[in-house]
Design a protein around this ligand. Structure first.
Ligand code: UDP
Length: 390
């Protein structure tokens, strides 16, 4: 491959890579090569119609939401939208109740008089519509609220988090469980952002449209590691041994890129079990969480998302796993594991990459961050508009 005929090489065709490729091509008329190791684009957002006719998300449910006008306007150039507000229920003590835990959940679990008393205590202390991370609610000095916090922690958080992360909520960055706070209103939606919608023709199509610029060439099933080398002494990027003078955008794992020179960064993986059922609906909401009584964390039924009218249905169960790069059953790094120690280990790699003038390391993996899809897009748009990014 003649890499030097390109101005920019992007490694990875997920959201971060696609935004960077699209921006360099359309805003600076650069010639861009995108290398993707999988046989398809769109990273973990990849979706497709299965044999049941259902639009499934191959790497687990992806529900788009954002409060950022610029992200919404940018993506709207490449897709039409299907309005969709995500709803999640939790299967607890044989009942289905809304997640995040809100006032409706409170009344589902407590006798009415007790729920009324707790509601008024909560509102007095935190205010209407407040969103309280569970670890913060647990700190309360009010005994009745302490008991409520214990209840929510025990029924909704502790076992789910142990399954998902292999540790308790206290042993992972507080921001992780704060994603699903206790909410003091009766709004049963999972997200509260201004924009909530799914690309009408799917995420794969959205990313295909982003990458369809004539300046962009995409090579699938191509492992960049077979071509790319970073010369740590000269701080030069080499492709097939030749110095690459253009811009490298890398969206993969930095530990892998740097041959694990400073050890392996921890990640969490997942196994997905897809099932097709010969019935109209499997469950009453898109996602049902099983904090306590199954090995999987949640079941998602995809046909709810695009309101597809079909006789059959397809669901997926998520089984969290330790990541192991040598084991094909769990060698996809879905989530960095967020704690201070891992962040420091990551920074050591980021420092090495920071010394390369023509390398941008960007995205959930390369920045070791818990990005939602809109965060990834916003982050890439910001990176591009910084002087050194664009
Ligand atoms: N969580 C939980 N119980 C739930 C839902 C979430 O304990 O019913 C915790 C868990 O630690 C999870 C985190 O909150 O990893 C964030 O949940 P979210 O749904 O945002 O996770 P994602 O969809 O990104 O996997």
């Amino acid at each position: 491959m003649n890499f030097n005929k390109y101005d920019v090489v992007v490694i990875g065709a997920g959201f971060s890579g696609a935004v960077m490729a699209e921006r360099f091509a359309s805003q600076q008329n650069k010639r861009v090569l995108v290398l993707e190791q999988r046989p398809h684009i769109a990273g973990n957002c990849y979706d497709k119609i299965d044999t049941n006719g259902v639009m499934i998300h191959q790497y687990g449910p992806h529900l788009f939401h954002t409060r950022h006008d610029d992200v919404w306007d940018y993506l709207s150039q490449f897709t039409e939208w299907h309005p969709y507000e995500h709803k999640v229920l939790a299967h607890i003590d044989g009942k289905l109740s809304p997640v995040p835990f809100n006032l409706n959940s409170l009344y589902a679990f407590y006798p009415e008089q007790e729920a009324i008393a707790l509601e008024s205590l909560l509102i007095k202390r935190y205010g209407e519509n407040a969103k309280i991370p569970i670890l913060e609610l647990k700190e309360t000095d009010e005994p009745a609220l302490q008991a409520l916090a214990e209840f929510i922690y025990n029924k909704l958080f502790v076992n789910y988090t142990c399954k998902q992360w292999g540790c308790k909520p206290e042993d992972i960055a507080p921001a992780v469980t704060a994603r699903v706070p206790v909410v003091l209103n009766r709004d049963d939606r999972y997200f509260h952002d201004k924009y909530q919608a799914i690309p009408k023709a799917g995420y794969s199509k959205l990313i295909e449209n982003m990458l369809s610029h004539p300046n962009i060439q995409v090579k699938l099933a191509t492992d960049a590691k077979n071509y790319l080398q970073l010369d740590l002494a000269s701080k030069q990027v080499l492709f097939e041994g030749d110095v690459f003078a253009g811009q490298l955008v890398f969206t993969g794992m930095l530990d892998q890129l740097l041959d694990y020179a400073k050890g392996e960064l921890p990640y969490r993986s997942l196994q997905f079990q897809f099932e097709q059922h010969d019935k109209e609906y499997f469950q009453p909401a898109t996602t049902v969480n099983y904090p306590n009584d199954e090995e999987f964390t949640r079941i998602t039924e995809f046909k709810h998302i695009l309101s597809q009218k079909l006789n059959g249905t397809t669901i997926v169960k998520e089984f969290p796993q330790d990541y192991d790069r040598h084991d094909p059953k769990c060698n996809i790094p879905y989530y960095p594991i967020f704690n201070e120690q891992n962040q420091q280990a990551y920074e050591a790699y980021a420092d090495v990459i920071g010394d390369f003038d023509n390398v941008i390391a960007i995205g959930r993996l390369a920045q070791y961050k818990y990005f939602n899809m809109d965060d990834a897009v916003k982050n890439a748009l910001n990176c591009f508009s910084k002087p050194e990014g664009g």
